[in-house]
Design a protein around this ligand. Sequence first.
Ligand SMILES: Cc1cc2nc3c(=O)[nH]c(=O)nc-3n(C[C@H](O)[C@H](O)[C@H](O)COP(=O)(O)OP(=O)(O)OC[C@H]3O[C@@H](n4cnc5c(N)ncnc54)[C@H](O)[C@@H]3O)c2cc1C
Length: 496
Amino acid sequence: MTLCMPPPDQAVIARRAAIAAALRAIVPDGVIDEPTVLKAYESDGLTAYRQPPMLAVLPETTAQVAAILRYCQAEGVKVVPRGSGTSLSGGALPLADAVLLGMAKFNRVLEVDYDDRFAVVQPGVTNLAVTQAVEAAGFYYAPDPSSQIACSIGGNVAENSGGVHCLKYGLTTNNVLGVELVMMDGEIVRLGSRHLDPAGLDLLGLVVGSEGLLGVVTEVTVRILPKPQTAKALLLGFSTVEGAGACVAGVIAAGIIPAGMEMMDRPAIHAAEAFVRVGYPLDVDALLIVELDGPAAECDHLAAEVEAIATANGAVSCRVSTSEAERLAFWAGRKAAFPAVSRIAPDYYCMDGTIPRRRLPDVLTRISELAVQHELGVANVFHAGDGNLHPLILYDANQPGQLERAEAFGEDILRLCVEVGGVLTGEHGVGVEKRDLMPLMFNETDLAHQQRVKCAFDPDLLLNPGKVFPTLHRCAELGRMHVHGGATRFPDIPRF
Ligand SMILES: Cc1cc2nc3c(=O)[nH]c(=O)nc-3n(C[C@H](O)[C@H](O)[C@H](O)COP(=O)(O)OP(=O)(O)OC[C@H]3O[C@@H](n4cnc5c(N)ncnc54)[C@H](O)[C@@H]3O)c2cc1C
């Protein structure tokens, strides 16, 4: 593990038994201190990094969350919130001197209002369960991460998660109307409302995507949408990645916003087809899946337009789904691409960066060159319509040096994204993974301003420390680091 985390506070670890007892007084049946059981929490979806927490606590009520945070704040104990633990940026990675706050027991759908089109859910409810709760009435929840059977709505809020359908319907931030949030001092606040545009500053917008650093989400009001009348998918094969990239740009330039527009490169196509056998063409270098939804006449019209744009950009194969089963089959390979890729390499490292769409072809070419340079394989599966790349770097953690090479390759990809005018993350968050690359996008002043926001919510920096920010500043002393005579000020502040 090459990751550098804040050094554990041994004085806190020495009080472990007393802290467990205090937490048990708040949640009698929900404290885990058995080391073998704590190992279950040692990692999230970024499995390269592992660290069992000091303790885990699994509250069931907002009052318990408030009491836990109030206690931890008073005792100077760090807290790492956790939903389902599928984060790919290490956002839920525990710390040796922190309490892991597991939100899995907050698993109820509290209210559904079809007239006003919202659902109130607890944060531990899985993404897919929201749609399942409303689909009988013809509704669904639009953001659909590929991890939707497992990931929680609380985690989605914290990461501002996306998915295939976010091109047209927006990310989590566009589909969350309000949250109940417990602050580190135990105060319970409500941000947003059940309706659009509540009065005041958009603090909800600040909390969505805040990666567990500002507060613990204990209730979420999400927007639900009526299911589109029809949906149709096109499976378009291209002999070059450039052709597929130009097709993506052409579709958007034509003013068409597909419900989803996803691309897979040759290694990903082969891995997915071997896994799900849905008839993907194997003689192409790039595959686009373009979904159109709405009234049938509109879908048919747009499908014909997309097909024409694809042909003009060199598509060598085109299938248009003729049934719901066929549409789902087109998606099955894409949705299973990550597990499919795990069959062709012992380990993979999923990157997440966003680039301007028009740079897709040259960025993909450069990624292939980087793969040769780092002597590792790579498969690309991504949200082409959003320019959100997910290169999957293939490596074998059991081979000495391969993890380090995968990390270096990943860093080069993210640098490339920023160089071409893109950003470090599209939907997986910064977490620990991209923390040290934040200065690529933000200067010291930018980062100081962001940390002032953190300080306003959590002045003692106890919530999810070591994530997002590359250096830790004491809140009262935010600003330039002054070194005098070789001595830094506040030498007691851990720097990592
Ligand atoms: C196979 C696979 C496919 C994926 N596909 C996608 C995809 O298509 N799109 C996408 O966006 N992501 C994807 N992800 C990433 C991941 O699923 C999302 O980031 C998801 O939102 C994490 O939810 P979680 O419940 O697992 O959160 P966790 O991993 O438990 O936590 C993630 C972050 O949220 C914080 N957090 C969790 N719950 C709360 C809460 N109640 N209050 C405050 N903070 C909280 C944690 O501290 C942490 O920082 C994928 C992951 C995997 C493994």
